[in-house]
Write a protein that binds this ligand. Structure first.
Ligand SMILES: CCCCCCCCCCCCCCCC(=O)SCCNC(=O)CCNC(=O)[C@H](O)C(C)(C)COP(=O)(O)OP(=O)(O)OC[C@H]1O[C@@H](n2cnc3c(N)ncnc32)[C@H](O)[C@@H]1OP(=O)(O)O
Length: 257
């Protein structure tokens, strides 16, 4: 099929050049030929796949981010790999993970599959288009320490108790961050158990850090601990433990491991 698409594109490409030559005097033909070559790209640069192959990373700074969110982001970005003045890479302990609007996009070839498989589905935390209205977050992992930190800014649509973040929204973020770490360390997983202690109410619109770390791995079980604090870490909002069980992809389609 790809061969057919390539041949068809090749034909169209040739037609465009030939059409440009028809009935045109030499000088004009020459000029036209030049402009044809300027505007018509060589076949090797024409994407054969009709869709964009670069998924959008939703964890990039945007105008809804408060100065505190941006400061925390810049702090961790400075601890990631950087290029120095000589163009050499300096290794940093942290790595920023991209964040897509469907988890299928993390799988090999998933970017393309997501256009066909239940294409309207969206990851819960990335389902609202209005920037800043719900979950603004970015996750950094530290491979050596088997830990991660998420900088999270809650939006106005996440209200629970008046002026404060809904406990379910906090649970969603804890599941997302601990699940991201478990998936990063153990491959495909699902949440089996999540225990949460809400210690202090979290003001709506505030920026917090969600720290997650590996506790232990036992057979198919990955145990993660989690603490949610203010950005200066002086205030503890929430504590949690989570258990993730490794699954085969078949598990998502009804078959047991
Ligand atoms: C660059 C890469 C980055 C990756 C970046 C990815 C980005 C993407 C971001 C999104 C990240 C969102 C992360 C959300 C993830 C969900 O929210 S998943 C949705 C919520 N979870 C579910 O719906 C799961 C429903 N439950 C199930 O499907 C099944 O019960 C489970 C959990 C898969 C386990 O079933 P099973 O495979 O048959 O396993 P089973 O033999 O029963 O148990 C295995 C072991 O676990 C234990 N166990 C099972 N359940 C429990 C339990 N509830 N409590 C205690 N122990 C248990 C068993 O006792 C057993 O222990 P051992 O005998 O080995 O000691």
């Amino acid at each position: 099929m790809l061969g057919q698409i390539a041949r068809r594109l090749g034909q169209l490409h040739g037609q465009q050049i030939c059409n440009g030559l028809n009935g045109v005097r030499f000088k004009e033909t020459h000029r036209h030929l030049q402009s044809s070559f300027k505007t018509v790209r060589p076949i090797s640069t024409i994407p054969l796949w009709p869709f964009s192959s670069r998924p959008r990373d939703f964890s990039q700074p945007n105008s809804s981010w408060s100065p505190e969110m941006r400061k925390a982001y810049d702090h961790y970005i400075a601890l990631c790999d950087t290029d120095n003045e000589n163009g050499e890479k300096t290794k940093g302990p942290w790595r920023k993970l991209p964040s897509y609007n469907r988890s299928i996009k993390y799988a090999t070839g998933g970017i393309h599959l997501s256009k066909f498989i239940q294409a309207e589905n969206r990851l819960f935390t990335r389902s609202v288009k209005e920037q800043g209205a719900t979950f603004e977050y970015v996750v950094f992992v530290n491979k050596e320490e088997k830990s991660c930190v998420c900088v999270f800014q809650s939006g106005r649509l996440l209200e629970g108790a008046p002026g404060h973040v809904h406990g379910g929204a906090i649970a969603t973020m804890i599941d997302t961050v601990t699940g991201t770490l478990a998936g990063y360390l153990s491959g495909p997983i699902m949440t089996a158990n999540l225990n949460i202690d809400y210690r202090n109410p979290m003001p709506l619109g505030s920026v917090v850090l969600i720290h997650s770390a590996l506790d232990r791995i036992e057979r198919r079980k990955t145990f993660i601990t989690c603490k949610v604090t203010s950005t200066d870490e002086s205030k503890l909002y929430t504590e949690a433990t989570a258990l993730f069980v490794s699954i085969s992809v078949g598990h998502l389609f009804g078959s047991r491991n």
